[in-house]
Design a protein around this ligand. Structure first.
Ligand SMILES: Cc1cc2nc3c(=O)[nH]c(=O)nc-3n(C[C@H](O)[C@H](O)[C@H](O)COP(=O)(O)O)c2cc1C
Length: 255
């Protein structure tokens, strides 16, 4: 297995830093190849900018969308973006590892999505009939991705009726809107709760649990999201009435 481990935490001596070191060591001990993108250590620039497309429209409009695709297909994206795309293309498994900050990934990882997952590479890829491949298909089809994250709150608060919202729904934008949208299957997330209060004993427990989870990485069943092209949605991309009848909300997009 070839795993790309993307780490978005500024402090290597944090709980997450310790989990990252242990997790990668566990994968390597299991015979897996691992490459890393340690975004803070790399000084990764998370802001889409003019430098992303050198030589194109200097000082003028910020070029996104179709212009990103043109820069991608003509090999003119900035070197740091191309390096990340090369690592992604190499990997069959991707780990997105971050502490939950304001209900999502730290901005440095959000910016990695903005700059690296460009049109023509990760999304906006068309099939032979000219249909855009999305949600269960796309430029990153065939890869599997797992979120490893930690939260300050207790597990109960992120439970199905918890005040913070059900963690599966909190992570829906990432799982469904980024991972599944680009064609990757999303594996069940590994979530450390109460991370700010973890003492040495708890941290050791989290480390052991993560290593056990990674041991099963190859056989984990993905989250059961519906394929856009699987017939569950109508021409307006609305879930057909006979599926999850009478229900609305994020959960209806899981079979
Ligand atoms: C900017 C910031 C935003 C945070 N937002 C959340 C949040 O939305 N929900 C939550 O449960 N914890 C939140 N936390 C707590 C972090 O998730 C927690 O500090 C982290 O998981 C601890 O891991 P670490 O010791 O490796 O940093 C936030 C912390 C920071 C610094």
């Amino acid at each position: 297995m070839k795993t790309l481990w993307i780490f978005a935490h500024p402090e290597s001596r944090s709980l997450n830093g310790m989990l990252r070191t242990a997790g990668i060591a566990a994968l390597r001990a299991g015979g897996h190849q691992v490459r890393e993108s340690d975004l803070y250590a790399m000084g990764f620039d998370p802001v889409v900018g003019h430098g992303d497309f050198p030589g194109r429209d200097p000082g003028g409009r910020l070029l996104v969308g179709a212009a990103q695709e043109e820069a991608y297909t003509t090999g003119r994206l900035a070197a740091d973006i191309r390096a990340e795309q090369e690592k992604l293309a190499w990997a069959d498994t991707v780990v997105f590892h971050f502490p939950l900050w304001w209900f999502g990934p730290p901005a440095i990882l959000k910016g990695w999505f903005d700059r690296v997952l460009v049109q023509g590479f990760a999304f906006g890829v068309r099939d032979a009939e000219g249909r855009t491949r999305r949600y269960g298909d796309g430029g990153l089809a065939g890869k599997r991705a797992m979120v490893v994250t930690s939260v300050g709150a207790r597990a109960s608060g992120f439970g199905p009726r918890g005040i913070h919202g059900f963690i599966e729904e909190v992570l829906f934008p990432l799982h469904h809107g980024t991972i599944w949208y680009t064609g990757m299957t999303a594996l069940p997330p590994f979530v450390v709760h109460g991370a700010d209060r973890a003492g040495e004993q708890e941290a050791a427990g989290h480390r052991a649990a993560l290593c056990a989870r990674l041991h099963r990485l190859e056989t984990l069943e993905p989250l059961p999201f519906r394929h856009e092209a699987g017939g569950d949605y109508d021409a307006d991309l609305v879930l057909r009435d006979h599926l999850a009848p009478g229900r609305t909300g994020l959960a209806v997009h899981s079979a």
